[in-house]
Design a protein around this ligand. Structure first.
Ligand code: ADP
Ligand code: MG
Length: 284
């Protein structure tokens, strides 16, 4: 199976700002400090990490908004280093950001969703079909003529996702897509992400700091100071208490209870990720 994303030893440091008179030069700090990871076609991976650990910087490399200073990156089999591949990569690997307001470009939903494919030069008749399809996939049919700014946060974010879908990407990178949403909106967006991965076969990279969201992924990567410090299934990663502590992360509630019980000498078996699993373990 083809790797949709293949990063080897990626390093990136933001340019150091000019220093003022008398100020000390700050040492160069790598926002990405040797990131190696691969994501297979159809996979759903989550990237967890404390604020400032480099998650967004990594996401921007996948979309070639930033270029690696060291290492190599292939996205959908295309070398991100080559200037010629930038637009191809961007059309195959879509990005959804935290704030839907920054991604919505039109005052009418259907025009907003059509914006991406229009830029790709897709014929008008096909654009209409793509908009219809994309709005269906995010469960927003019937909102075609509405004004995006009048919608709820969760609805707006789903319109932003539809806009990405209309470009027919293979990979979608979600950079904390639920961070600004209320619990209902968060649920709607997670339902959409799940649907896109399971039913439409999209490869998903979900950057989040909600453990419950990460627990739905096939694999989880933990980032600390620009490095991948752990990876595995959600259950594996959540059971590594020391590594999570070092990354400044708390596992899901069920896993926290498990770790607390373990410290008190009570072993309930396999590390639970959900409350149901915790209750099962306690009942046994
Ligand atoms: P995360 O998304 O995990 O919160 P970021 O990738 O945004 O982390 O940031 C990683 C590091 O790079 C942090 O130290 C942050 O301060 C720094 N950084 C991020 N964006 C910029 C920028 N535009 N200019 C300079 N430094 C930046
Ligand atoms: Mg970020």
């Amino acid at each position: 199976m083809q790797n949709m994303i293949e990063a080897k030893n990626l390093r990136y440091a933001y340019p150091v700002p000019e220093r003022a008179e008398g100020e000390e030069t700050k040492p160069l700090k790598y926002a990405l400090d040797g990131v190696t990871l691969s994501v297979k076609q159809g996979e759903f991976v989550a990237v967890l990490g404390h604020n400032g650990s480099g998650k967004s910087t990594f996401a921007k490399h996948i979309n070639v908004l930033l270029r690696a200073q060291e290492g190599s990156l292939f996205v959908v089999g295309l070398d991100a280093e080559s200037e010629d591949n930038i637009w191809d990569i961007r059309s195959h690997a879509g990005m959804v950001f935290q704030n839907p307001d920054n991604q919505i470009v039109s005052t009418i939903v259907e025009e907003d969703v059509a914006f991406g494919p229009e830029n790709l030069g897709v014929p008008q008749k096909e654009i209409v079909e793509r908009v219809y399809e994309a709005l269906g996939a995010v469960n927003m049919r019937g909102f075609e003529k509405r004004a995006p700014h009048m919608l709820s946060g969760g609805q707006k974010q789903r319109i932003a996702i539809a806009g990405v879908l209309a470009m027919h990407p293979d990979v979608i990178v979600f950079d904390e897509p639920t961070a600004m949403l209320d619990p209902q909106g968060r649920g709607e967006v997670m339902d959409t992400i799940r649907f896109l991965n399971k039913e439409q076969g999209k490869t998903v990279v979900l950057i989040t700091h909600y453990m419950e969201e990460a627990s739905e992924a096939d694999r989880v990567f933990v980032m600390t100071d620009g490095k991948i410090t752990d990876e595995g299934t959600p259950r594996e990663v959540f059971s590594h208490k020391e590594k999570l502590d070092a990354a400044g992360l708390l596992p899901p509630l069920a896993t926290q209870v498990y770790h607390e019980l373990k410290e008190k000498g009570i072993d309930i078996g396999d590390c639970p990720v959900t409350l149901e699993e915790l209750v099962d373990g306690l009942c046994r």
